[in-house]
Ligand binder design. Structure first.
Ligand SMILES: NC(=O)C1=CN([C@@H]2O[C@H](COP(=O)(O)OP(=O)(O)OC[C@H]3O[C@@H](n4cnc5c(N)ncnc54)[C@H](OP(=O)(O)O)[C@@H]3O)[C@@H](O)[C@H]2O)C=CC1
Ligand SMILES: O=C(O)C(=O)[C@@H](O)[C@H](O)C(=O)CO
Length: 279
Protein backbone atom coordinates (compact mmCIF):
# COMPACT_ATOMS: atom_id res chain seq x y z
CA UNK A 1 0.00 0.00 0.00
CA UNK A 2 1.55 3.32 -0.95
CA UNK A 3 0.79 6.99 -0.55
CA UNK A 4 -0.51 7.13 -4.11
CA UNK A 5 -3.84 5.67 -2.91
CA UNK A 6 -4.27 8.53 -0.47
CA UNK A 7 -3.41 12.16 -0.78
CA UNK A 8 -2.15 12.44 2.82
CA UNK A 9 -2.22 16.21 2.52
CA UNK A 10 -3.26 17.30 6.00
CA UNK A 11 -4.43 16.29 9.44
CA UNK A 12 -8.08 16.54 8.45
CA UNK A 13 -7.58 13.63 6.03
CA UNK A 14 -9.68 10.50 6.40
CA UNK A 15 -9.92 6.89 5.29
CA UNK A 16 -13.35 5.83 4.04
CA UNK A 17 -14.75 2.84 5.91
CA UNK A 18 -16.77 0.11 4.22
CA UNK A 19 -20.06 1.86 5.11
CA UNK A 20 -18.94 5.25 3.78
CA UNK A 21 -18.16 6.75 7.20
CA UNK A 22 -14.89 8.68 7.10
CA UNK A 23 -12.33 7.93 9.82
CA UNK A 24 -9.43 10.36 10.41
CA UNK A 25 -5.98 9.05 9.49
CA UNK A 26 -4.52 10.08 12.79
CA UNK A 27 -5.90 10.36 16.29
CA UNK A 28 -4.86 10.74 19.88
CA UNK A 29 -4.67 7.57 21.99
CA UNK A 30 -5.35 8.11 25.69
CA UNK A 31 -4.32 4.81 27.33
CA UNK A 32 -2.45 5.70 30.55
CA UNK A 33 -2.76 9.41 29.81
CA UNK A 34 -2.64 11.37 33.05
CA UNK A 35 -4.09 14.68 31.79
CA UNK A 36 -6.83 13.61 29.40
CA UNK A 37 -8.96 16.76 29.31
CA UNK A 38 -5.93 18.94 28.65
CA UNK A 39 -4.41 16.52 26.10
CA UNK A 40 -7.64 16.03 24.12
CA UNK A 41 -8.40 19.76 24.20
CA UNK A 42 -4.94 20.56 22.83
CA UNK A 43 -5.16 17.78 20.25
CA UNK A 44 -8.47 19.12 18.93
CA UNK A 45 -7.04 22.65 18.80
CA UNK A 46 -4.02 21.27 16.91
CA UNK A 47 -6.28 19.68 14.32
CA UNK A 48 -6.64 16.07 15.50
CA UNK A 49 -10.16 14.84 14.84
CA UNK A 50 -10.07 11.36 16.42
CA UNK A 51 -9.77 10.29 20.05
CA UNK A 52 -9.25 6.64 21.01
CA UNK A 53 -10.44 5.59 24.46
CA UNK A 54 -11.84 2.42 26.06
CA UNK A 55 -13.86 1.59 29.15
CA UNK A 56 -10.78 -0.08 30.67
CA UNK A 57 -8.79 3.18 30.36
CA UNK A 58 -11.21 4.73 32.87
CA UNK A 59 -11.13 8.08 31.11
CA UNK A 60 -14.20 8.06 28.85
CA UNK A 61 -15.74 10.80 31.02
CA UNK A 62 -12.71 13.07 30.52
CA UNK A 63 -12.70 12.40 26.76
CA UNK A 64 -16.40 13.31 26.61
CA UNK A 65 -15.80 16.43 28.69
CA UNK A 66 -13.08 17.69 26.33
CA UNK A 67 -15.12 16.83 23.22
CA UNK A 68 -18.24 18.55 24.56
CA UNK A 69 -16.32 21.66 25.59
CA UNK A 70 -14.42 21.92 22.29
CA UNK A 71 -15.09 24.64 19.74
CA UNK A 72 -14.85 21.89 17.12
CA UNK A 73 -18.38 20.71 16.26
CA UNK A 74 -19.19 17.21 17.56
CA UNK A 75 -19.88 15.92 14.05
CA UNK A 76 -16.29 16.72 13.04
CA UNK A 77 -14.85 14.64 15.88
CA UNK A 78 -14.50 10.86 15.74
CA UNK A 79 -14.72 9.16 19.14
CA UNK A 80 -13.79 5.49 19.54
CA UNK A 81 -14.40 3.33 22.59
CA UNK A 82 -14.19 -0.41 23.22
CA UNK A 83 -16.06 -3.24 24.94
CA UNK A 84 -13.82 -4.66 27.64
CA UNK A 85 -13.25 -8.42 28.00
CA UNK A 86 -15.33 -8.96 31.15
CA UNK A 87 -18.30 -7.22 29.48
CA UNK A 88 -18.38 -9.56 26.50
CA UNK A 89 -21.58 -11.45 25.65
CA UNK A 90 -24.81 -10.17 24.08
CA UNK A 91 -26.69 -8.46 26.93
CA UNK A 92 -23.58 -7.41 28.81
CA UNK A 93 -22.23 -5.72 25.69
CA UNK A 94 -25.46 -3.75 25.25
CA UNK A 95 -25.17 -2.68 28.89
CA UNK A 96 -21.46 -1.84 28.58
CA UNK A 97 -22.13 0.28 25.51
CA UNK A 98 -24.83 2.26 27.35
CA UNK A 99 -22.49 2.73 30.30
CA UNK A 100 -19.69 4.03 28.04
CA UNK A 101 -22.02 6.45 26.31
CA UNK A 102 -23.35 7.64 29.66
CA UNK A 103 -19.83 8.25 30.94
CA UNK A 104 -18.91 10.32 27.87
CA UNK A 105 -22.23 12.22 28.01
CA UNK A 106 -22.19 12.17 24.21
CA UNK A 107 -25.21 11.28 22.08
CA UNK A 108 -23.37 8.67 20.05
CA UNK A 109 -20.01 6.99 19.53
CA UNK A 110 -18.40 7.04 16.11
CA UNK A 111 -16.76 3.65 16.49
CA UNK A 112 -17.13 0.85 19.01
CA UNK A 113 -14.65 -2.04 18.99
CA UNK A 114 -14.46 -5.45 20.63
CA UNK A 115 -11.29 -4.84 22.66
CA UNK A 116 -9.87 -8.39 22.59
CA UNK A 117 -11.04 -11.65 20.97
CA UNK A 118 -12.31 -13.42 24.10
CA UNK A 119 -12.80 -17.06 23.06
CA UNK A 120 -16.38 -18.25 23.26
CA UNK A 121 -17.64 -14.70 23.73
CA UNK A 122 -16.65 -12.52 20.80
CA UNK A 123 -19.39 -13.75 18.41
CA UNK A 124 -22.17 -12.82 20.86
CA UNK A 125 -20.40 -9.53 21.53
CA UNK A 126 -20.34 -8.88 17.81
CA UNK A 127 -24.06 -9.69 17.50
CA UNK A 128 -24.72 -6.98 20.10
CA UNK A 129 -22.57 -4.46 18.22
CA UNK A 130 -24.52 -5.32 15.04
CA UNK A 131 -27.74 -4.52 16.93
CA UNK A 132 -26.34 -1.19 18.14
CA UNK A 133 -25.15 -0.38 14.63
CA UNK A 134 -28.54 -1.20 13.08
CA UNK A 135 -30.20 0.98 15.73
CA UNK A 136 -27.82 3.80 14.72
CA UNK A 137 -26.41 4.16 18.23
CA UNK A 138 -22.90 4.00 16.75
CA UNK A 139 -21.70 5.05 13.30
CA UNK A 140 -19.27 2.17 12.76
CA UNK A 141 -18.30 -1.06 14.49
CA UNK A 142 -15.11 -3.06 14.49
CA UNK A 143 -12.67 -5.21 16.38
CA UNK A 144 -9.29 -4.90 18.02
CA UNK A 145 -6.45 -7.37 18.44
CA UNK A 146 -8.12 -9.81 16.02
CA UNK A 147 -5.81 -12.10 14.06
CA UNK A 148 -6.80 -13.58 10.70
CA UNK A 149 -8.30 -16.72 12.23
CA UNK A 150 -10.43 -14.65 14.63
CA UNK A 151 -11.67 -12.51 11.75
CA UNK A 152 -12.47 -15.52 9.56
CA UNK A 153 -14.37 -17.13 12.41
CA UNK A 154 -16.30 -13.95 13.21
CA UNK A 155 -17.09 -13.19 9.59
CA UNK A 156 -18.46 -16.70 9.00
CA UNK A 157 -21.60 -15.75 11.01
CA UNK A 158 -21.56 -11.96 10.87
CA UNK A 159 -24.23 -9.92 9.11
CA UNK A 160 -21.99 -6.85 9.25
CA UNK A 161 -18.30 -7.18 8.38
CA UNK A 162 -16.05 -5.34 10.88
CA UNK A 163 -15.15 -1.92 9.52
CA UNK A 164 -11.92 -1.54 11.50
CA UNK A 165 -9.30 -3.81 13.07
CA UNK A 166 -7.16 -1.94 15.60
CA UNK A 167 -3.96 -3.91 16.10
CA UNK A 168 -0.47 -3.39 17.51
CA UNK A 169 1.54 -2.20 14.50
CA UNK A 170 5.03 -0.72 14.35
CA UNK A 171 8.44 -1.42 12.75
CA UNK A 172 8.94 -4.57 14.84
CA UNK A 173 5.40 -5.94 14.25
CA UNK A 174 4.02 -5.54 10.73
CA UNK A 175 1.95 -8.77 10.34
CA UNK A 176 1.73 -8.15 6.60
CA UNK A 177 -0.52 -11.17 6.01
CA UNK A 178 -3.07 -9.76 8.46
CA UNK A 179 -2.74 -6.29 6.91
CA UNK A 180 -3.37 -7.78 3.45
CA UNK A 181 -6.33 -9.82 4.68
CA UNK A 182 -7.89 -6.69 6.17
CA UNK A 183 -7.29 -4.62 3.03
CA UNK A 184 -8.79 -7.30 0.80
CA UNK A 185 -11.91 -7.38 3.01
CA UNK A 186 -12.12 -3.57 3.29
CA UNK A 187 -11.42 -3.67 7.02
CA UNK A 188 -9.48 -0.50 7.86
CA UNK A 189 -6.25 -1.32 9.68
CA UNK A 190 -5.53 0.98 12.60
CA UNK A 191 -2.19 0.95 14.42
CA UNK A 192 -2.21 0.88 18.19
CA UNK A 193 1.07 1.31 20.07
CA UNK A 194 2.50 2.77 16.83
CA UNK A 195 5.58 3.99 18.68
CA UNK A 196 6.23 0.61 20.31
CA UNK A 197 5.04 2.05 23.64
CA UNK A 198 8.02 4.41 23.55
CA UNK A 199 10.61 1.82 22.47
CA UNK A 200 10.87 3.10 18.89
CA UNK A 201 12.90 6.05 20.21
CA UNK A 202 15.74 3.68 21.14
CA UNK A 203 16.29 2.43 17.58
CA UNK A 204 19.43 3.70 15.83
CA UNK A 205 17.96 2.90 12.40
CA UNK A 206 14.95 5.10 13.07
CA UNK A 207 17.21 7.85 14.36
CA UNK A 208 19.19 7.68 11.10
CA UNK A 209 15.99 8.08 9.09
CA UNK A 210 14.91 10.98 11.29
CA UNK A 211 18.21 12.73 10.57
CA UNK A 212 17.93 12.00 6.84
CA UNK A 213 14.50 13.67 6.61
CA UNK A 214 15.14 16.30 9.33
CA UNK A 215 12.11 14.94 11.18
CA UNK A 216 11.59 13.32 14.56
CA UNK A 217 11.48 9.55 14.98
CA UNK A 218 7.80 9.86 15.89
CA UNK A 219 7.08 11.72 12.65
CA UNK A 220 8.94 9.09 10.59
CA UNK A 221 7.09 6.16 12.11
CA UNK A 222 3.66 7.83 11.93
CA UNK A 223 4.23 8.88 8.33
CA UNK A 224 5.22 5.28 7.53
CA UNK A 225 1.87 4.14 8.98
CA UNK A 226 -0.09 6.46 6.71
CA UNK A 227 1.94 5.65 3.58
CA UNK A 228 1.08 2.01 4.24
CA UNK A 229 -2.61 2.93 4.36
CA UNK A 230 -2.74 2.29 8.11
CA UNK A 231 -4.59 4.72 10.41
CA UNK A 232 -2.74 5.53 13.60
CA UNK A 233 -3.38 6.67 17.19
CA UNK A 234 -0.15 7.77 18.92
CA UNK A 235 -0.39 8.60 22.60
CA UNK A 236 1.32 11.49 24.28
CA UNK A 237 0.38 13.51 27.30
CA UNK A 238 3.02 16.13 26.53
CA UNK A 239 1.98 19.36 24.83
CA UNK A 240 4.95 19.70 22.48
CA UNK A 241 4.77 16.03 21.41
CA UNK A 242 1.02 16.12 20.74
CA UNK A 243 1.68 19.01 18.36
CA UNK A 244 4.82 17.69 16.64
CA UNK A 245 3.55 14.10 16.33
CA UNK A 246 0.84 15.39 13.99
CA UNK A 247 3.23 17.36 11.80
CA UNK A 248 3.63 14.63 9.20
CA UNK A 249 1.99 16.07 6.10
CA UNK A 250 4.84 18.09 4.60
CA UNK A 251 7.14 15.25 3.59
CA UNK A 252 7.04 11.82 2.00
CA UNK A 253 9.14 8.78 2.76
CA UNK A 254 10.86 7.34 -0.29
CA UNK A 255 9.48 3.86 -1.13
CA UNK A 256 12.93 2.38 -0.35
CA UNK A 257 12.70 3.82 3.16
CA UNK A 258 9.16 2.47 3.58
CA UNK A 259 10.53 -0.94 2.54
CA UNK A 260 13.49 -0.52 4.88
CA UNK A 261 11.19 0.10 7.87
CA UNK A 262 9.10 -2.91 6.75
CA UNK A 263 12.29 -4.99 6.82
CA UNK A 264 12.80 -4.27 10.55
CA UNK A 265 9.81 -6.51 11.30
CA UNK A 266 10.82 -9.25 13.73
CA UNK A 267 7.39 -10.12 15.11
CA UNK A 268 8.12 -8.52 18.48
CA UNK A 269 5.17 -7.37 20.56
CA UNK A 270 5.17 -4.77 23.32
CA UNK A 271 1.59 -5.63 24.28
CA UNK A 272 -0.16 -8.95 24.89
CA UNK A 273 -0.48 -11.69 22.24
CA UNK A 274 -4.11 -11.97 21.02
CA UNK A 275 -3.75 -15.77 21.04
CA UNK A 276 -2.46 -15.82 24.59
CA UNK A 277 -3.78 -13.17 26.92
CA UNK A 278 -5.33 -13.61 30.30
CA UNK A 279 -7.24 -10.54 31.43
N1 LIG B 1 -6.69 -1.85 21.28
C1 LIG B 1 -5.70 -2.12 22.11
O1 LIG B 1 -5.62 -3.22 22.70
C2 LIG B 1 -4.68 -1.10 22.36
C3 LIG B 1 -4.92 0.19 22.02
N2 LIG B 1 -3.99 1.15 22.24
C4 LIG B 1 -4.30 2.51 21.81
O2 LIG B 1 -3.18 3.03 21.07
C5 LIG B 1 -2.72 4.21 21.70
C6 LIG B 1 -1.22 4.38 21.52
O3 LIG B 1 -0.52 3.26 21.99
P1 LIG B 1 0.34 3.27 23.35
O4 LIG B 1 0.43 1.86 23.78
O5 LIG B 1 -0.22 4.26 24.26
O6 LIG B 1 1.80 3.67 22.92
P2 LIG B 1 2.54 4.51 21.78
O7 LIG B 1 3.19 3.54 20.88
O8 LIG B 1 1.64 5.54 21.22
O9 LIG B 1 3.70 5.19 22.65
C7 LIG B 1 3.41 6.06 23.70
C8 LIG B 1 4.71 6.38 24.42
O10 LIG B 1 5.56 7.16 23.57
C9 LIG B 1 5.86 8.39 24.23
N3 LIG B 1 5.92 9.43 23.18
C10 LIG B 1 4.90 9.91 22.45
N4 LIG B 1 5.32 10.81 21.54
C11 LIG B 1 6.65 10.92 21.72
C12 LIG B 1 7.65 11.70 21.10
N5 LIG B 1 7.38 12.53 20.11
N6 LIG B 1 8.95 11.58 21.54
C13 LIG B 1 9.24 10.73 22.56
N7 LIG B 1 8.32 9.95 23.19
C14 LIG B 1 7.04 10.05 22.77
C15 LIG B 1 4.76 8.61 25.23
O11 LIG B 1 5.21 9.37 26.33
P3 LIG B 1 4.50 10.77 26.75
O12 LIG B 1 3.06 10.52 26.94
O13 LIG B 1 5.24 11.11 28.01
O14 LIG B 1 4.80 11.73 25.62
C16 LIG B 1 4.47 7.18 25.67
O15 LIG B 1 5.43 6.77 26.62
C17 LIG B 1 -3.17 4.05 23.15
O16 LIG B 1 -3.11 5.25 23.87
C18 LIG B 1 -4.53 3.47 22.96
O17 LIG B 1 -5.44 4.49 22.61
C19 LIG B 1 -2.78 0.85 22.78
C20 LIG B 1 -2.50 -0.43 23.16
C21 LIG B 1 -3.41 -1.52 22.97
O1 LIG C 1 -4.24 -0.36 25.85
C1 LIG C 1 -5.08 -1.22 25.57
O2 LIG C 1 -6.09 -0.94 24.94
C2 LIG C 1 -4.88 -2.61 25.99
O3 LIG C 1 -5.75 -3.42 25.87
C3 LIG C 1 -3.56 -3.04 26.51
O4 LIG C 1 -2.75 -2.02 26.83
C4 LIG C 1 -3.71 -4.03 27.62
O5 LIG C 1 -4.61 -3.54 28.53
C5 LIG C 1 -2.41 -4.34 28.27
O6 LIG C 1 -1.36 -4.00 27.78
C6 LIG C 1 -2.45 -5.08 29.52
O7 LIG C 1 -1.16 -5.30 29.93
Amino acid sequence: MSSSRHQLTDLSGTFELKNGVRMPYLGLGVFQCDNVVEAVTLALETGYRLVDTASIYENEAEVGEAVRASRVPREEIFVTSKIWNTDQGYNSTLDAFEASLKRTRLDYLDLCLIHWPVEGKYKETWRALETLYREKRVRAIGVSNFLKHHLEDLMADATVIPMVNQVEFHPYLVQQELVDFCFSNVIQYQACSPMMRGNVFKLDAMNALAEKYSKTIAQIVLRWDLQKGVATIPKSSKKERIITNADIFDFELHPDDVAFIDSMDCGKRFGPDPDNFDF
